[in-house]
Design a binder for this molecule. Structure first.
Ligand code: 5B6
Length: 525
């Protein structure tokens, strides 16, 4: 390599860029507004592309929303302090208050949620995991103290002549010959072993919560998760459509300790639960997992079981939140209440990078603020952009949410119409509001060997995406873990014409797949 000044030299993740280019989607964009990204062709002409990827769901208000751009310029012109760490942060505080007002309205609760700001989605998830573990550690310490106090009381009772039940020795796994002190020793040893177990997280199959060391262990996709399994606590993944399995998984883990108690004039040993499960993480609409809306029944099962085992529920609204579903919180539409909420993506209005973890007062440990921080979190710029974004969503009595519902409804109707004309090509259409998925039938048994080869490589979704871009100037990607599902996440500004543009393009793809015309599918025609 001679010089790093030449633009031909690529060092920023060049392999990924090459993979995307080989699927025909490696276009460099030069301008963006609303739902449109522009690139320049070889003659220098500006070409518009309908962007339905929307920054992986970060653009509920579209690219470069004029009000937010103007606000950003004003902030910079006014010399707004962006970094004034360790001083009061009124803008982050106002954003937190506004978030509380909205969450209270949608969930019907009045309990405050404290806000821990961060910079990305995965970071907000990691703050939730850390806080939940901090809280669990404190609860375990209280439990240890209580167990120790019970042992002291039991020893005093035995010294005063109280009988030790025969069943107590069996429960502690020692012979009666070991005597009471032997029993106590065995209980202490056994409890120390059990309480030292690593925390376990729970999440539905298909979950995606980010790719940092902690959050990636809660991301179901093995390709993302397994190489890093040694770095962090693990999750048990729960099927979303098999009632009762969640309870079975929890019971299988046998999270109980031995408590020496004095009862009915006898000293005995009983089992009692301890908080092994650190948190249950759940996306109300799974995004990267294939755009799947969690059912009300599953949401209810999660709530009930988590209450029983004192396991906090972290509702990850990073992709589904901020109005995309037609409500600020998609979870509010399925009756799912979170002890924690995570928000990111559209919280930055498409121009700032910010995220937040909201923690219900009843679970909040204020000392967490002394052990967790980030240089950039709560910065003056992104906090003010987040606040303005929230105000734009809330304006006109929540017009943005109504628009998301209306435009999403039209989009869904169109997609269902295309599916009903091409049921042999399109397997399913699903989602809520402006978070929709179109699943294509797998083509691994297609008549065309070329199409079979594409399907077997797992790249069918990317080939369709490449065709939509090159032939129809529509930008859309498959989800990471459901590779035949295209994710459609435009802003609320999607027009009827743009919906029709997508209809025409999907019908064309439907015909090409029905005709097994791989030549034209991989080309631009
Ligand atoms: O900001 P960050 O990316 O760290 O947020 C992590 C995160 C995401 C999310 O959706 C949820 C619910 N929780 C935490 C971010 N989503 C990323 C995403 N990536 C892809 C597709 C999606 O629908 C969402 C993706 N698809 C294909 C290839 C690569 C990525």
């Amino acid at each position: 390599m001679n010089s790093t000044e030449t633009t031909d030299v690529k060092l920023a993740e060049p392999h990924l860029e090459q993979v995307l280019a080989s699927a025909g989607i490696g276009v460099e964009y030069t301008r963006a507004e609303r739902n449109t990204l522009y690139y320049r062709d070889e003659e220098g002409t500006e070409i518009p592309v309908l962007d339905l990827v929307g920054g992986f769901g970060s653009l509920i208000l579209g690219h470069n929303h004029p009000d937010l751009v103007a606000h950003a310029k004003d902030l910079l012109d006014a010399g707004t302090p962006i970094h004034a760490q360790f001083s009061p942060h009124p803008h982050a505080n106002r954003a937190a208050l506004e978030l509380n007002r909205i969450v209270h309205r949608e969930t019907g609760t009045e309990e405050p949620y404290f806000a821990v700001f961060a910079n990305s989605g995965a970071e907000a998830v990691e703050a939730a995991l850390k806080h939940a573990e901090f809280d669990r550690g404190l609860r375990l310490a209280e439990l240890r103290d209580e167990l120790a106090a019970h042992r002291v009381a039991a020893r005093a009772a035995v010294a005063a002549g109280e009988n030790v039940a025969a069943s107590a020795y069996a429960a502690a796994g020692v012979a009666p010959e070991a005597g009471f002190e032997g029993l106590i020793e065995a209980v202490e040893r056994e409890n120390a072993r059990r309480l030292a177990r690593s925390p376990l997280f729970l999440a539905p199959e298909g979950a995606f919560h980010g790719k940092l060391v902690g959050s990636v262990q809660l991301t179901h996709n093995e390709a993302f998760r397994l190489p890093f399994g040694s770095l962090a606590a693990q999750a048990r993944f729960v099927p979303v459509d098999q009632p009762g399995v969640l309870g079975k998984i929890v019971r299988e883990e046998g999270a109980v300790v031995l408590d020496v108690v004095t009862r009915d004039g006898e000293v005995g040993v009983v089992e009692r639960p301890f908080p092994l499960f650190c948190a249950f993480l759940i996306e109300p609409i799974q995004g990267e997992g294939g755009i799947r809306v969690i059912s009300e029944a599953f949401a209810q099962e999660v709530r009930t079981l988590c209450r029983e085992i004192a396991c906090p529920v972290v509702v990850d609204e990073i992709q589904s939140g901020m109005g995309r579903s037609g409500a600020f919180l998609a979870s509010s539409l399925i009756g799912l209440r979170g002890d924690y909420y995570t928000l990111a993506k559209s919280l930055g209005g498409g121009i700032a990078k910010t995220s937040v973890t909201l923690i219900r007062e009843g679970c909040y440990r204020q000392d967490f603020e002394l052990v967790h921080s980030s240089t950039f979190a709560k910065d003056g710029f992104s906090s003010q952009i987040a606040l303005r974004t929230l105000q734009l969503l809330e304006a006109d009595d929540g017009r943005a949410y109504r628009t998301a519902r209306e435009v999403g409804g039209k989009l869904l109707t169109m997609l269902e119409e295309v599916r009903s004309d091409f049921p042999d090509v399109i397997k399913d259409v699903r989602g809520k509001g402006l978070m929709l998925g179109v699943e294509f039938h797998d083509q691994v048994r297609a008549a065309s060997p070329d199409l079979r080869a594409v399907a077997e490589s797992g790249f069918l979704g990317y080939v369709i995406a490449g065709h939509l871009l090159n032939a129809h100037r529509i930008r859309v990607f498959p989800t990471g873990s459901s590779v035949n599902t295209l994710r459609i996440e435009p802003s609320i500004h999607l027009s009827d014409e743009e919906i029709e543009q997508l209809r025409t393009a999907l019908r064309a793809v439907g015909s090409l797949l029905r005709d097994q015309d791989v030549q034209r599918l991989v080309g631009a025609g």
